[in-house]
Write a protein that binds this ligand. Structure first.
Ligand code: SF4
Ligand code: SF4
Length: 196
């Protein structure tokens, strides 16, 4: 991936003002606990500590194009260990939302997964594993979809056998209206949904 590595001195302020919990990174003391704790650090372009450092250094394109900001699984490991109590997850997700709002999408399949997850929860209050997987696998086209489906076929069979995936579509939960009200509220406050 080719990214512009130029320095944008206004980027830190842009993050503080526009990214969810962006101002919290002012408290980061670069101890590296989040990076050391993250189970996905080896797959990330840059771990959270480095992302926060690059924001301060004005590396706008590198940060917004980093796969890291779309890779966080909200496992909370970094967040509970951060000595400064920084909401690392909110910042990472906030950066992902901000990048998407600027037309930057480094991991399309992740965005598709988030969107489909949200839509299914909104529709029925449950996740239909087979439907979610199908949409996620085929997000990058038929060939990729077939490859991913074959790779995960064994897992799918095991899930079926253990009742973790159903053949019939999922039914709506009882309190679907209440759940939708909460999700609508989350959308209004900018803490929900996924735009691709
Ligand atoms: S653990 Fe907290 S203070 Fe340490 S580098 Fe990460 S975000 Fe910064
Ligand atoms: S919450 Fe995200 S950034 Fe933090 S350790 Fe887990 S995956 Fe890594």
């Amino acid at each position: 991936m080719e990214t512009n590595t130029s320095y944008d001195p206004s980027f830190a302020r842009e993050v503080f003002e526009n990214v969810d919990s962006g101002e919290e990174i002012k408290m980061c003391m670069q101890c590296g606990m989040c990076a050391a704790s993250c189970p996905l650090r080896e797959h990330m372009d840059y771990p959270p500590r480095q992302i926060f450092s690059m924001i301060r250094a004005g590396k706008r394109d590198m940060v917004l194009n980093a796969n890291s900001i779309m890779m966080c699984t909200s496992c909370y490991t970094c967040q509970v260990r951060c000595p400064r109590g920084i909401p690392v997850i909110d910042v990472m997700h906030g950066l992902a939302h901000y990048a998407i709002s600027k037309g930057i999408l480094t991991r399309k399949d992740t965005a598709v997964f988030g969107r489909e997850f949200w839509q299914q929860i909104y529709k029925t209050g449950r996740i239909d594993e087979k439907d979610l997987s199908r949409r996620y696998f085929f997000a990058d086209g038929i060939i990729t979809g077939i490859k991913k489906s074959l790779q995960m076929a064994r897992m799918g069979i095991i899930m079926l056998l253990h009742g973790r995936m159903k053949i019939l579509p999922e039914k709506k939960i009882k309190g679907i209206k209440s759940l939708r009200s909460m999700l609508d509220k989350a959308m209004q406050t900018g803490k929900g949904g996924s735009e691709v």
